[in-house]
Ligand binder design. Structure first.
Ligand SMILES: *[C@@H]1O[C@H](CO)[C@@H](O)[C@H](O)[C@H]1NC(C)=O
Ligand SMILES: *[C@@H]1O[C@H](CO)[C@@H](O)[C@H](O)[C@H]1NC(C)=O
Ligand SMILES: *[C@@H]1O[C@H](CO)[C@@H](O)[C@H](O)[C@H]1NC(C)=O
Ligand SMILES: *[C@@H]1O[C@H](CO)[C@@H](O)[C@H](O)[C@H]1NC(C)=O
Ligand SMILES: *[C@@H]1O[C@H](CO)[C@@H](O)[C@H](O)[C@H]1NC(C)=O
Ligand SMILES: CC(=O)N[C@H]1CO[C@H](CO)[C@@H](O)[C@@H]1O
Length: 453
């Protein structure tokens, strides 16, 4: 049997019944990065109720889980038809995320639906795929010098179009009605980047879901998405089919190559709209053949984590393709610390839990060995620090060692004391009991002389 056929079958099967508990999706949106939020619970998709105050952090966590760079806004005006409560359940309410959760279901929430109707369903917008970052600018100066134009009619779409047509790689939109274009050599430095929330203040005129920046902040867009192919380096970004979200043309073969610098990367396509016969292939030129994905017209999304440093995305539309909106793919850092084998010891981990940067885990060593440290921390590069190892105790007595021994001795003495006291009481009780019930020697507490014991 043809290997690709098997793979295709497997992928169709996977995409048909893949939703896990707590998975999210956006439905009925005006584009693929906005819509009514639905969560999968018990195998059924249902909505989330806004019964108190819905915070921006909730939107941010949901968008990040969906594979976007973050939240853009929460929709106030709902365009969707109200859903039938008998068909689409409402799963949760009173969501209150701290902003650090990886999945929306981990945020504090209530699973009742009392007082909720579909009119209260939450709709959100996520950062559009072409947003590269939010940067700090000094004195509201443009972050790029390539081309700066005042635009009466500033909107991110207009600015992107201008920069793309002029052959630049970056576009920056800010609140002073300026659109700046930058070449690849003007790459945005890490030091200039700030949290996207700091660019949330003002929305671009005409497109209320896209941020324009605020005082000394500007949104930077990558204008390459939408081209047919290209080479991308860096940790995070996005690519999309030519013209996205307008329909692509027939007879295309586009190849994008991503050179990643992450220990782990999450690749996600949330909206795929392909005509029959067209396909997207994601593969890994340096091995990792098992993880390649081929998406076709029946598939609507996929999310994949990879350790690969090179990813190749190939998009093909057939000569007689009727076209479709295409797709956009986001890639972002998804660092995980794998649980290591520790000689003569182990990390105390919860089975099945994924450990990410910032997580701290206790270590245990076989008796007679000492820890290099009592806890280890998952760091940004996906490694545990300090290196988890159990060592034989060597060298002179340290204060810590003496203190540990002292504490152990004292605890031991106290335990012995308690044991001794208990034994004495028990012996007396048993004796008393023996006297009352001649012959019946029992350790059972109910038989004890209740007045005394
Ligand atoms: C979950 O699904 C099972 C089987 O489909 C059903 O019996 C059960 O009532 C469901 N639970 C909830 C809370 O809907
Ligand atoms: C959430 O509900 C509150 C109170 O009913 C309302 O003021 C707010 O606009 C709602 N937010 C959204 C995003 O629907
Ligand atoms: C949400 O949680 C925070 C603490 O994390 C708390 O201060 C706040 O009052 C909570 N909000 C609601 C509406 O429960
Ligand atoms: C702004 O741009 C939009 C679309 O590009 C156009 O329809 C509209 O007429 C423009 N408005 C002004 C004032 O130029
Ligand atoms: C052990 O961990 C603590 C914090 O948990 C840290 O301050 C200390 O430097 C670590 N020791 C070593 C040897 O890495
Ligand atoms: C000090 C100590 O107990 N070391 C042991 C660690 O485990 C290996 C086998 O896994 C033993 O050979 C060592 O003696």
């Amino acid at each position: 049997m043809d290997r690709t056929l098997i793979l295709l079958g497997l992928i169709t099967l996977l995409s048909a019944c893949k939703a896990d508990l707590g998975d999210l999706r956006l439905v009925e949106g005006k584009n693929k990065y906005s819509g009514v939020l639905q969560i999968n619970y018990n195998g059924t998709w249902g909505t989330v109720c806004n019964d108190t105050v819905w915070t921006w952090k909730n939107t941010d966590v949901a968008c990040k889980q969906l594979g976007f760079l973050g939240g853009a806004s929460t929709e106030q005006d709902k365009l969707q038809e109200l859903q039938d409560e008998n068909v689409v359940p409402i799963w949760m309410k009173r969501l209150n995320c701290t902003g650090n959760e990886w999945r929306l279901k981990d945020c504090s929430h209530v699973t009742g639906t009392k007082g909720c109707q579909h009119a209260d369903d939450i709709s959100i917008s996520c950062i559009p795929p072409s947003v590269h970052s939010c940067v700090e600018t000094t004195n509201n100066a443009s972050p790029f010098v390539g081309k700066v134009e005042e635009m009466v009619n500033l909107s991110s779409a207009n600015c992107l179009e201008l920069c793309r047509k002029s052959g630049f790689v970056f576009a920056s939109v800010d609140t002073s009605n300026q659109c700046a274009c930058g070449a690849e050599t003007e790459a945005v430095q890490k030091s200039e980047k700030v949290a996207f929330a700091e660019c949330q203040d003002r929305m671009c005129p005409g497109e209320k879901t896209e941020a324009c920046g605020s005082e000394n902040r500007a949104v930077v867009y990558d204008v390459r998405p939408g081209n047919c192919g290209g080479r991308f380096t860096g940790k995070e970004g996005s690519i999309s089919s030519p013209g996205y979200p307008k329909n692509y043309e027939a007879g295309l073969t586009c190849i994008w190559e991503l050179e990643l610098h992450n220990p782990d990367t999450k690749l996600s396509i949330q909206g795929i709209s392909l005509a029959e016969g067209d396909q997207i292939k994601v593969d890994f030129p340096e091995g990792d053949d098992e993880n390649q994905v081929i998406a076709h017209s029946e598939m609507t999304s996929f999310v994949k984590s990879t350790e690969a440093k090179k990813v190749r995305v190939t998009f093909m539309s057939s000569e007689d393709s009727s076209g479709g909106e295409g797709f956009f793919l986001l890639y972002q850092v998804d660092t995980q610390c794998k649980v290591p084998e520790v000689e003569n010891g182990s990390l105390v981990v919860e089975p099945g839990k994924i450990y990410r940067p910032g997580h701290i885990v206790r270590m245990q060593c076989d008796s007679g060995l000492v820890y290099s440290n009592v806890t280890v921390r998952c760091d940004d590069s996906g490694m545990w620090f300090p290196v988890p190892e159990c060592k034989e105790y060597k060298g002179g007595l340290t204060i810590e060692f003496i203190r540990t021994i002292l504490v152990m001795v004292i605890v031991g003495l106290i335990a012995l004391g308690i044991l001794f006291a208990l034994t004495t009481v028990m012996l007396i009780c048993i004796k008393a009991n023996d006297k009352r019930q001649s012959g019946g020697y029992s350790m059972n507490a109910v038989d004890y002389d209740k007045d005394f014991c």
